[in-house]
Each structure stands twice: as C-alpha cells, then as structure tokens.
Design a protein around this ligand. Sequence first.
Ligand SMILES: O=C(O)CCC(=O)C(=O)O
Length: 254
Amino acid sequence: MDLMEKYATDGYAIFRGVLDGGLVGEADGHVRWLQEHYPGRSGEDLSTELVAADPFWVRLVSDDRLLDIAERFIGPDIALFASHYIAKPPRTGKAVLWHQDGAFWPLDPMNVVTLWVAVDRSTPENGCLRVIPGSHRDELHGVRERRDGGDAVFDVESDTTVDESQAVDMVLEPGDVEVHHPNIMHGSNANTSPHRRCGLTIRYIPTSTRITTEEQPFPSALLLRGEPGVNTYRERPAYVEGRHFPFTGAERWA
Ligand SMILES: O=C(O)CCC(=O)C(=O)O
C-alpha cells in the first residue's frame, strides 16, 4: 500500500530514513543541551514554549525533508503549531496515556498533521509510540483526568475505552518519521529498558487553520513555507554563539 493510502486507511504511515545520521546526531545533542539548560524540566517536558527562541529547533522543524512530507498531507502553505521532544529516560521514562490529539488542541478547523521524528531507536521495550489503526475515523471523544493512579507524561486521557489488543507498535530507527492524524487513538508505555527513547513531535498546520488561543501569536506559531494565511507568527530567532545550541549552518541563522 502506498503511504498516502496507508494514512487514509489507518490514520498513520511510516516514512523510513528521512533524516540523515548527522542531523539526528545534532538533534540528540540538542536534547542533551536542553536538559542541561533547563534542569527543572524532565526529558519528557521539552516543548512548545521553548521552540521560537531556539534557532536549532526552528531549523529542524523547517527541514525541507520534513516539510515535503507535511506538504503531501496539508498542502504548500505550512505553519508550525507546536513541537515537543519526549525523551523518556532509561528505566524511569513515563507512559503517555491513550488519547486523541485533536481533543486538546485550539485549532479551527482541526486540519493538522503530526510528524513524529525518531531520535533514538524506538521499540516496545523502551516505550515506543502505539496507535490503534483506523481509529482516526472516530469522532473526537472527551477527555478526563487520568484514572490509573500511576505516573504519566500528561495528567489526562481519552474518556473512552480502548481495545489495546488492536494496538500497533511504531518500531522506528533514528531518522524515521511516523505521521499521524489528529483523531487517531495513540499512547505509549513506560520505558523500563536501559535505553532512552527520544522522539520529536512536530505539529504542522496549513495556514488556513486558525490557532484560536487568546495569546497571539501562539508561542510556537511560525510560518515555515508559503503564504501566511489566517494566523500571526513569531519571528524566526537569530543565532547567537554562546547563547544557543551550536549546529551545522548556524552562521546562516545569525
Ligand atoms: O511520544 C510519545 O510517546 C507520545 C507522542 C504523542 O502522544 C503524540 O505524538 O501525539
């Protein structure tokens, strides 16, 4: 099955070997740098409000290989809505409870695509992403405070029952990209293995999708390709040596 057909049928698709080892290695260095600079944040909490001040983060989500994939799903005018590294540490990495992204997002209409970029090898042992194929055809269910009493990355989950026997594990190599629909039911287990599990979520919207938050521009709203459409955007950050994470080509962002 062609990957676009796969997405239409199952609500997700996997693009293999999208990013090269050099850039994935820089993303790995970036995660470590962020953890040094924000010691109060866990590896699962490196997210949206940090993006627009971080030239490498903006460089990474602007990569043409990623935008070319996003363009196939949402067309040529592309903005960033949000992005989040979820770097689950070895042995103590937390679960992400079952949810549909669209149930949480201030977007109108809910036209958005997620690219999940594997920074580490991602397997059932280290808590890979799991999806319920075909669940993207369901409506958006409500959400509730979590009920399991355990420790999870977010405090909320979908308020519907999920048949976990239908779940498919997203086994990915560094540089692979999983793409998913805002209505697909997904989550991930805790990382009980000796290996970190790091992925970067990138939420791309067509610029015809409005970000409806009171705060404008939204902290991570950035125009990445094409016409600006209905939103206002943050300025791209200028790279300052010594202040920002250093990366290949940083001089072009100064
Ligand atoms: O990385 C994970 O474990 C969960 C990611 C997720 O919930 C998402 O991509 O929407």
